[in-house]
Design a protein around this ligand. Sequence first.
Ligand code: AMP
Length: 993
Amino acid sequence: MDLFTGIRPLLFSYVLINGIFITLQTKEEVLLDMKASGGELGWLTWPLDQGDKPGWEVVQKTLNGSQLYTYSICNVGEREQDNWLRTTFIQRRPSASRVFVELQFIVRDCNSFGASSLTCKETFNLFSSESDADVGTTFRKGQFKKVATIAPDEITGKKELRINTETRVVENLSLKGFYLAIQDIGACVALLSLRVYYKICPATIQSLASFPETVAGGENQALREVSGECVENAISEGLPRIYCTVDGEWVVPVGQCQCKPGYEETEDACKECLPGFFKAEASSGKCEPCPANTQGLDTGALFCPCMDGFYRAPTDPPTGPCSGLPSAPRDLVATTSHLSVGKLLLSWRPPEHTGGRTDITYSIECLRCEGPVCQSCGEKIRYEPANVGLTLTKVTVSELDAHLNYTFTVEAHSGVSAFASQAMPQAHKLPLTSALTTSLHYTDPPKITSMRLVKQNPTSLSLSWEVSPKPRVQARPIRYELTYRKKDDNLDVTTYTVLILEKNSVQIPDLSPGTAYLFRVQALGSDGSPGGSSIEEQYETLSEGHLAHNNTAVISGAAIGGAVMLLIVVIVLFLHRRNRNSHTRQGPEDTYFSSPEQLKPLKTYVDPHTYEDPNIAVLKFATEIHPSHITKQKVIGAGEFGEVYRGILKVPGRKEVAVAVKTLKPGYTEKQRQDFLSEASIMGQFAHQNIIRLEGVVTKFKHAMIVTEYMENGALDRYLRDHDGEFSAYQLVGMMRGIAAGMKYLSDMSYVHRDLAARNILVNNTLECKVSDFGLSRVLEDDPEGTYTTSGGKIPIRWTAPEAIAYRKFTSASDVWSFGIVMWEVMAFGERPYWDMSNHEVMKAINEAFRLPAPMDCPSAVYQLMLQCWLQDRSKRPRFGDIVSLLDKLLRSPESLKAIADFDPRVSIRLPSTSGSDGPPFRCVPEWLESIKMSQYGENFTCAGIVSMDQVMQMKNEDIKNIGVRLPGHLKRIAYSILGLKDQTSTLSVFAV
Ligand code: AMP
């Protein structure tokens, strides 16, 4: 074995990060190497005149067949030995304030010297002395400071040579150079090698920033901060920085560089996007293929322009696809309204081709023609809801004049229509109109002015009526609709008879004697639909005794023949008594299917923003409470708009209830008031065990308030932190189940929460968890975790799915991601997700497929579910329905929670890197306790006499309990940390970036 391989410019240490080995390069720079100088060492020995007792001498030795020079001394029989061996002047590099001294030596066993062993020693001392200049042969002991006493691990007896290697550090060097000296005090020593070197972090490129070679710092500058520069075609917001450790390793790069628009990262460099690809922003993403209907440019494209005939609306992202114009709407129909005179309904079908867009709207043009003269209808007619910007495929037109010809043109538009017409020369505008026209002649149906009974007998009645205006001679005959039924038809079945008649009189046969009937008559419009006002009258048939002429059949036959009576339909309405009797009106939105697989509310959430006046939304969804019914007791929190109080609600006739009262601080603007109340408009739409219940609002008084049920234990994150380690996994899974059930309800109603986090879950005194925080402006003005993104929105990065951060794609699937983070918060007793990593580091880690590790004692099944919630592809994440079912299953068989996920204490409690050093990475117990956030036990350790890290490492679980650590969570944290200290096989933790 060659013991003296002295040149080691590069050392490699391997670090296991998430299953991937990462190589850290460290470089050593050698200042002095005794072996390299062979016999020409020229070191100074002192005292100079030794007489017959030789001091340090150069001795040539043969070791394992190799020749080498050593400095040796062996004055073991003499008393009071003080023999010095001083190196030559060692020049220092200005930045190297800390050097390593590696000694290889042999020490003889004193026992092997018989009588001389009395004065014999087995150690020697290492000294150093700084100087700005080489002092030649001048030697003053007093100028040297002791560095260490060097003792051999193995002493050499009579037979085999035992070589020892020891390394010591000389710190805080500041002058131009220094000497090292070895003091012998009576040992038999041979110094085989002395090597002086310092460590450097080699020049590197990390995250597209290049950093220069840097000398590792000393004790007073354990981490040396180094600034770097972005590589060519990369940019960064802040200066990229990194730290060089004392061991010559680069750690913690900060301020990432990103390839500028048109460039993407390939092997530590930024390369231009290939033709047909583009990149619009400086980002760590790749160039993307040009989207649909765009044309690819040359290399380095920032965007892809639209192909001819395709456009982007000003609101479309320049990175999105281009779209074509919609084709014309189809099947335009005009129906005269039966509601009142002068109205008609226009309806049509959407265009066959939408040009790939969903923002199709319609506009209506109207021309009115009197004879040959046509003009725009202008203000003369009214449209409901409007004549432009229609999203539905129908519009009601009113205030039409009778006997005019109208032409209606319906045009389809999309977000690109206006833009496309601007982009085109005037002459080309025509084909851009995607229109469909219909014309009609509008006539008012005449009004019925009176009805009278002409003739009456037991089984028939003859009626006639007057119309206005009177039908003109030669005009198209008017038709009438006559409907009648028995007045007291209050059985479950009511029979209506409808007759269409062409004359203004009729005889109705086959009636019951002595019975009252209700008759309604109405004139029909030109298209056959009923129009104009109707008249309703009641007439009775004569009872049997009044026998009149028995010629009914003759009359009726005549009536039918003369009046062209047409029996159209008999409508039988089954009115179920059950329905008629129920007085609670249930709108379709309140209906639930009863088959179990469809037990899904049909109700969907209504965004209060869709109401023009938000005050109406509050009235619709929340109950108004009189302020005198509310008693505020104590401030329990601070909301965005004002204090939150605990209070009592006592509505007359109802039981007193404990409530939380959110107030609006004075000096608010109308906008703030509306935003404040929007939370009530949203909350009021929900009714679920795991959603915070709205009791009501105060809006009619100066001090607006929102009153909700009171949750005794407040916010979940805080509550868990205060009860660290006090709940079983079963209880924690129970809490998660509640939250998941609330979220399932919200997602079934198509409500996306966007800020699901433990801080927005409230806990009551039965440990029930309820989802809260529904403000509208809230995303996320009032959340301290909200961080402004480049697009100006605020997002709680650590809780938010990557697609929602990247392009604001908030969906129930992004809520599922947040739910996974909440699960982690719950299992980790309110620990901050990703600890003290910066938001930027979190996003980077997520993009690189890192995920939070399992919290301590987390059931494997629960951690697997978290990982499912954090799948990059949102369509693969479970839905809230699946989550509730799975959690239910776990709760039904608690033994399924027994298998615990692998837990890495170094990762989860963030011990700092222990790379490269032997022994515990902490110098003292307080420093270690602080790092695992357990400083409160400092005194327990001191009182128990545990003052060194070596003692800590000997501790067993029993010992930790005995010194007074009782809480199971704390006990585990300390025990795991000790485990981590002992096991130093991996040196950096996943999140110690
Ligand atoms: P918020 O404005 O909803 O975030 O509320 C601020 C703080 O008030 C919360 O963090 C809770 O501590 C407390 N709080 C809000 N609502 C309730 C409630 N219903 N019951 C108990 N405490 C509440």
